[in-house]
Each structure stands twice: as C-alpha cells, then as structure tokens.
Design a protein around this ligand. Sequence first.
Ligand code: EPZ
Length: 418
Amino acid sequence: MRELIITGEHPLQGEVTVQGAKNSVLPILAATLLTSSQVELRGCPHLRDVEASVRILEALGCTARWEGENLVVDTAGLNGWTISDILMREMRSSAIFLGAILARCGRAELSYPGGCELGPRPIDLHLSGLRELGAEICEAGGMLHCRAEQLTGREVVLGFPSVGATENLMLAACGAKGTTVIANAAREPEIVDLERFLNACGACVSGAGSSTVTVEGGRPLHGGTYTVMPDRIAAATYLCAAASAGGEIFVRGARESHLSTVTAALREAGCQIRPDAAGIACVCRERLRAVGPVRTAPYPGFPTDAQAILMAALLRSRGTTVFEENIFENRYRHVDELVRMGARIRVSGRVAVVTGVPTLRGASVRCTDLRGGAALCVAALGAGGVTHVTQIGHIDRGYQDLAGDLRALGADVIRTEE
Ligand code: EPZ
C-alpha cells in the first residue's frame, strides 16, 4: 500500500528548496489559453493537480511537455471549449478555466465542479461576475452552458474576496472590450503572480495585491517564458516541521512577506525565524509555547491552508491555542487523525481548541485532504515511534516530493509505493 512511514523525535537539520507554487501555477495554466503560442513555465511543480490541468489543456487541443523542471505549453491548436465531467471532477479548482475559455472561444461547456473534502465549493461569485461582463450562463443538469459573443469590461464588485473568482474574472477581462475593475478582489500573492504572468504575455493588468484589480482588455496575448513564484504553503510546511521536531533548517526560496502571519505565530511559539534574501532559517531548540488565537482570513490574514499545519506543530506546546477556521466549512477533518497520535483537540463548529501534551505517539493515520495530510506528517515528526500515513494521494496533489524534502532536512521518512 502506498504510504509514508515516519519515525519521529529526530531533530531536523539541513536545507530544502521550495517548489513552485501550486496555487499560482494552476491559474497560470488556465491563462495560457489566452495566448495563441508557446509558454514556458519555469519552476513548474510536478503535482497531481498540475497533471490534471495538463489533461484539460490537452483535451482542448493544446499540447504540453515537460523539459526537466519546466513545462512547455502550446495553445495554438486549441480546438474546443468543453471540459468533460471526468476532468472537472479530477480537480475542484478546474472552474478557473471558465474565464479563459470564454475569453478565447466565446463559449464554454463544463460540468459544475464538485465539492471537495473541505466542504461545498460554490462558484456563485465566479458566475455572477462573468455574467456582469456579458456572459450568458445557463445552469442545467449539472452543466454550465456559457456563451459570450463579446465580453465587455465594467466594474465588478465581489461579495467576498474569493481567490478563484478574482482569477477567473482577471482572465475573462483580458478578453473583454474595454476596462474591467474588480473591486473587493482577493489580495493573495498568487494573484500578483498571475498579474505578472499576464503582463509578461502582453496584457495590461494592475492593482493585484490590493483590493482593486484593473484589466485593460482586448489586447492580443503572446507566449513567453515565466518563472512561477515559490510555494508559500510548502514553505510554511517545512518551517512547521522544524517547529514540531525541533532542530535548525533553511528553507531556500521562501519569502517571509508571503507568510508573515505564519512566521509571527512560530516566533510567538518560541522559534527563531531568520529571513534573508535567499530564504528563511528556522531554529527551534525548546519546547514550544501555545500562541494567541489563530483566526484564518483572506490574505494578508492567516492563511487557511496553513491552519492544519500550524496546529500539528503546536500539539506538544505548553498551554492552549484556539484556532478559528473562517474560510472553509469543513477544514478540521485532520483532527481525528491527530487525536489518534495522542493530541488533545476539541472542535466546536469553526473553533478548535488545542491543549498541548508532553508527548505524541506514532500511529496509523489517514490523509483526509491535502493540507490535513501534510499536517499528519508534521505531527509525526514530533511523535515518539513510527507513524504510518496512508491515502497519500491527497499529499501528491500539492507537494512535489514531501518525503524527499523532509529527508533533505534529516527526517526519517520512507515512502512505499506497493
Ligand atoms: C484557493 O481556493 C486555493 N486554491 C485554496 O487552496 C485556498 O485555500 C483558497 O484559495 C483560500 O485562500 C487554489 O488556488 C487552486 P476562494 P478557492 O474562492 O479559489 C467561498 C490548497 O490547499 N466561495 O477564496 O476555491 C468558498 O466556498 C487549496 O492549496 C463562495 O462562496 O478559494 C470558500 O468558503 C485549498 N463562492 C471561500 O469562499 C464562490 O464563488 C474561499 O474560497 C467562491 C468561493
């Protein structure tokens, strides 16, 4: 059976280089549809979600090939606008293709993206924004039948700063006539990376990183070469691994400006966090302290994707930490698995109360979702004995080689494939 076998209580020591950001490269892959030639994405992570996106591009008539760490996409052969139900269900964030397909083809047919382990994943904000830009979208039988003879730029106000809706509207706006202003836009660093990619292809996008993104539409986009930003959640994972196991590591490529709420919590817990131009050093010598309430929020608030990972790092801290998950409805599924390792966690609705225990013990645990799976590994590094982590396909969606990266930091992690 495919699993990770982790022997804990070994302090970490070493250096790891952060992979390209999953949540940046996925919208960028959708954005390649706006160009009509070749795009080379440097530092593209080899992930299950990237492979799923490549299958969607290939189903639309595009080509993609790996050249080492670089992915070369060519959309000249685009010959369709339909994404099958099977492909849509492979990856929940495939809705991000809708805006780009509409902008390029004037029509799109795709099935309603399913929910996922984190709960229902509605796309009402995506659809209402696209309708305001002139798309006609009929929802029938689980399918989205979309047409847009001409998208027209205007101001669109998002009811919530949704990352995916912001990205979808940025891509659609590139194909719209005139100017689009996205108000109450998401401010995540991945939005900035998407703006930089689009402008490198000849678009005129500004304001990403603020709550107002402006797109001057109707400009033909060309291909080119782009280097994907480092994955801030992968970086947070390694910092929390060191916090959990103790030791001294260096995370090359990590940018503290992208995860300052996570490093602030780790400093409060007693870790020494030392950023420099090349990355972030993290030294953890003492038993951690519990920290003040951790409330997830849209960027620049505490990232929901790091909630489980920080929780895992604090399981043996002195005191009690309160978590409040405000982004997703069902993002505590990792808790029951952590309790199997001896953690003391009580969940009530959006709140999880973590009371530190002196020791954790290895157990057989099962990944429930991508970041929950990473959290199990972080906890296992601080547990006595051996932990068997199964259902690791969830982890492969977002980490290129979590086992190899943790081994580079001195962890005792074996991945079995049978
Ligand atoms: C992106 O998901 C990320 N995924 C998620 O990372 C991340 O957790 C999330 O942003 C928040 O930062 C990718 O970028 C591929 P949202 P997305 O739209 O775009 C609700 C990971 O582990 N909502 O900001 O789906 C939604 O239900 C993944 O790497 C609506 O109600 O996030 C959720 O409760 C997990 N209607 C909240 O907003 C909509 O139309 C945030 O969603 C859209 C969203």
